[in-house]
Ligand binder design. Structure first.
Ligand code: 3DU
Length: 222
């Protein structure tokens, strides 16, 4: 039985390493300081999807595949993700309500979760994800019954606005802390439930210490 996401520390590890040994070592080291491990194409293409099941024994796994296809293809992808032991999948919303609904329906069948990307965190991330588009995607995520959205830690003011759109029923996970310049405390204060942190944890000499640092930075706000 794979683990299910619950907030204790408010930190999610983005595990973009590409080999299994490092992935398992880092995950075991930081397990007590994070609430989930986010995996994506770098790790899965490097090791195979079987890594998900191994990691899911350590912490809940979120599959960041930014799923963005027609409903049938989306469903097939989500089935693989959940069969592999992941607790949640990250999907795009710009593909429209029918694709998103199919992902949520599949997740519900497995009793798993869908997060929808509302806006991205890199400098070009708001080029197409403009203010109104992001809000529309967030509203659609709420209507679809998704578990939460992804919003940029690099723009806490956007996290706050998107929280206003979805209300308190949906969760917000926010990448962009650390290597991309975002502040964990500001992001949580703006309304995020979890910050997602990758390179500044797994790329450091002491990943456990770095994860603990982020955890301590936000503990009074969660
Ligand atoms: O920048 P970091 O190394 O802390 O990693 C951030 C992770 O979050 C990474 O896996 C990236 O693919 C993901 N992500 C974003 O950075 C920004 C987004 O808008 C969505 C996902």
């Amino acid at each position: 039985m794979s683990k299910s996401l619950a907030r204790k520390n408010g930190v999610i590890l983005a595990l973009d390493v590409t080999d299994e040994k490092t992935a398992l070592t880092v995950s075991r080291e930081v397990a007590e300081a994070v609430d989930a491990i986010k995996i994506g194409y770098p790790l899965v293409l490097g090791t195979g999807l079987s890594i998900a099941e191994k990691l899911s024994r350590i912490a809940p796994v979120i599959a960041d595949f930014k799923v963005a296809d027609i409903p049938n293809t989306d469903r097939l992808i989500c089935e693989h993700v959940f069969d592999a032991g992941c607790d949640a999948v990250i999907v795009q919303g710009f593909t429209g309500p029918d694709s998103l609904t199919e992902c949520v329906k599949t997740a519900n069948e497995y009793q798993k979760k869908v997060f929808v990307v509302a806006e991205m965190s890199h400098p070009g991330g708001d080029h197409f994800f403009t203010d109104s588009v992001s809000k529309e995607i967030a509203a659609m995520a709420k209507k679809s019954g998704a578990f939460g959205i992804v919003a940029p830690a690099t723009r806490p003011e956007r996290v706050k606005e998107l929280r206003g759109v979805i209300g308190s029923g949906l969760k917000i996970i926010s990448p962009g802390v650390g290597a991309q310049g975002g502040s964990a405390a500001d992001t949580i204060k703006a309304g995020a439930d979890w910050v997602i942190v990758g390179r500044s944890i797994y790329g450091s000499k002491n990943p456990r210490e770095e994860a603990e640092k982020v955890k301590r930075e936000i503990e009074k706000y969660i």
